[in-house]
Write a protein that binds this ligand. Structure first.
Ligand SMILES: C[S@@+](CC[C@H](N)C(=O)[O-])C[C@H]1O[C@@H](n2cnc3c(N)ncnc32)[C@H](O)[C@@H]1O
Ligand code: SF4
Ligand code: SF4
Length: 279
């Protein structure tokens, strides 16, 4: 199992396809040293292989991020970012021992980066270039929406031309029914009620709550807080978790399916089979 970690749900961007602001219902904040240390202490006895720093905000806004990464020994660590962090912070993350960085890219020029994500194109390019120069494994993450689908090839080529090694695509989804603007993201049929995310990911919010998954924007499906219980307790609850709830019934996130189905979904959404990088 992997840990998906939200070190903050604050954000400095304004992506047209992202309902991050709804997470303000559970308070906006930054993970503290104390909460992170508790998380490491209770996860240590278990075999968590990967730590994904993402969630409903911009992880690089938490100044403790390099410190947190330096405390995770021998595990695969991944930061997903909108790219506004800049070269100095990228180098700090590399020095702290970060394994991989995902840049969320949904544009090919300065006008689009401003309109679609509200980020500064030159700043993102500087961050990408610093990441590659520092020898970090550097990947791009493209969200397929009505804004990007007409130019998936161009975005793929732009990212590869920056020197980015892997370009991953994810079909934009409603986050369990929270985002319903069909002029930006179409609703996709729910193919089956299975969920691989429940099996592989444990989502921890900035204040230490463990939620059903990151689509639980308002924190309505909580297992409790890591300060109050140990990991055995959370894993036991998790093992009996099903998808018979309002969030999962409406969830059209491709990661709930198996890898073959994910590939078929991506191809039917306009991704060239030769670009596919997801396992
Ligand atoms: C919520 S962001 C958090 C990390 C960071 N702020 C960033 O944008 O990279 C994590 C990823 O979710 C993607 N995302 C946002 N809204 C989405 C949606 N409606 N469907 C699918 N992916 C989405 C973003 O593009 C980004 O790659
Ligand atoms: S996708 Fe990331 S950068 Fe964009 S608004 Fe959502 S959390 Fe912020
Ligand atoms: S089905 Fe969707 S909403 Fe439910 S746990 Fe899985 S990813 Fe989250």
């Amino acid at each position: 199992m992997n840990i998906e970690l939200e070190v903050t749900n604050a954000c400095n961007a304004k992506c047209l396809f992202c309902p991050h602001d709804l997470s303000a219902k559970r308070g906006v904040g930054f993970m503290t040293e104390e909460t992170f240390t508790r998380l490491i202490n209770i996860t240590n006895p278990f075999d968590f292989q990967k730590f994904y720093f993402t969630g409903m905000g911009e992880p690089s806004l938490n100044e403790l991020l390099p410190d947190f990464i330096s405390k995770i020994n021998g595990k695969h660590t991944v930061v997903t970012t909108n790219g506004t962090l800049g070269g100095d912070k990228v180098r700090l993350l590399k020095e702290a021992g970060l394994t991989e960085i995902f840049f969320s890219i949904n544009y090919t020029d300065a006008h689009q980066s401003r309109e679609i994500m509200g980020v500064d194109f030159e700043r993102v390019k500087e961050s990408i270039s610093a990441s590659i120069s520092a020898g970090l494994r550097t990947s791009a993450l493209v969200t397929i929406s009505k804004l990007t689908r007409p130019q998936l090839r161009e975005i793929y080529e732009w990212a590869r031309n920056q020197g980015i090694e892997n370009v991953y695509f994810c079909v934009g989804h409603s986050r369990g029914g929270h985002f319903q603007n069909e002029s930006i993201i179409e609703a996709h049929p729910v193919i089956s009620q299975t969920c691989a995310v429940i099996q592989w990911n444990l989502f921890v919010t900035w204040n230490g709550d463990i939620l059903l998954c990151s689509s639980d924007l308002r924190g309505e499906y909580s297992y409790g807080n890591i300060m109050d219980n140990d990991m055995q307790y959370f894993l036991k609850l998790r093992s009996s978790q099903g998808t018979d709830n309002d969030l999962c019934r409406k969830c059209d996130c491709m990661f709930r399916y198996d890898s073959l189905t994910i590939k078929q979904i991506l191809i039917s959404n306009g991704v060239d089979a030769s670009w596919l990088s997801w396992p």
